[in-house]
Design a protein around this ligand. Structure first.
Ligand code: DX5
Ligand code: ZN
Length: 220
């Protein structure tokens, strides 16, 4: 199953509630929430209050992407605020297994993310513990960047790992995804598609429907 996860980093925060409602009505299934700490990535975005404000207003699956150093300090708070999944970066955490277990012990999904320069092998010890792998297709930190073409092979590699071991793991991609490179990424094996600027630029409903037009086609 494929899912669209619009990233609210590109939303108009004065109209956040309205725009989230529009995304849901147009048929997106996830809401991608980019938490940045100004240390792991250069920028600062937002934190728990956004998740707790959004939670009672939507049934969308709240997909929290923590670009945060030592994420283990905060995962439980994000879960309390209403996250449906919490994704941590392998580069940002020195207790990866423990933190994944902590996330799962609260009955929410656990994701593990890798940056463009991080080898796929880094994921190997954790593949049996995660519900989702997130392959970054830009350097994390900002919306609106260009897709890094070298990442397509990493998506293929992760998909191969998942298939080889018959694991029930989703493969999310994040950064620079648009209607022009969507099919190529689905062919490479991605099934959870984050899109920020490509959804929020101009007509949100039209953009979501265009993505879903491709995402919901039967794939081989
Ligand atoms: C980047 C964030 C992304 C970002 C994607 O660090 O993790 O989720 O919002 O934005 P686009 O789709 O515009 O590249
Ligand atoms: Zn993200």
């Amino acid at each position: 199953m494929n899912y669209l996860a619009p990233s609210i980093l590109s939303a108009d925060f004065c109209r956040l509630g309205e725009q989230i409602e529009e995304i849901g009505k147009a048929g997106a299934q996830y809401l991608h929430i980019d938490v940045m700490d100004g240390v792991f990535v250069p920028s600062i975005s937002f934190g728990m209050p956004i998740v707790s404000s959004v939670r009672p207003k939507t049934d969308l699956f709240l997909d929290v992407h923590m670009m945060v150093t030592k994420p283990e300090r905060y995962v439980e708070e994000f879960i309390k605020c209403g996250a449906d999944s919490v994704t941590i970066h392998v580069e940002a955490c020195d207790k990866v297994a423990e933190t994944l277990r902590l996330i799962k012990s609260h009955g929410v999904k656990a994701g593990l993310a890798i940056n463009p320069e991080t080898p796929v092998e880094t994921l190997l010890p954790y593949m049996e513990m995660v519900d989702m792998v997130l392959v970054m297709t830009v350097h994390p930190g900002f919306g609106g960047q260009k897709y890094i073409p070298e990442c397509t092979d990493k998506i293929k590699e992760v998909r191969r790992l998942i298939e080889e071991k018959h694991l029930p793991v989703d493969l999310e991609i994040d950064g620079g995804v648009n209607l022009d490179n969507l099919q190529m990424n689905l062919d490479a094996g991605a099934n959870v598609i984050v899109a920020g600027s490509a959804v929020f630029k101009n007509d949100i409903t039209k953009n979501v429907k265009a993505f879903l037009g491709t995402l919901l086609l039967p794939q081989e």
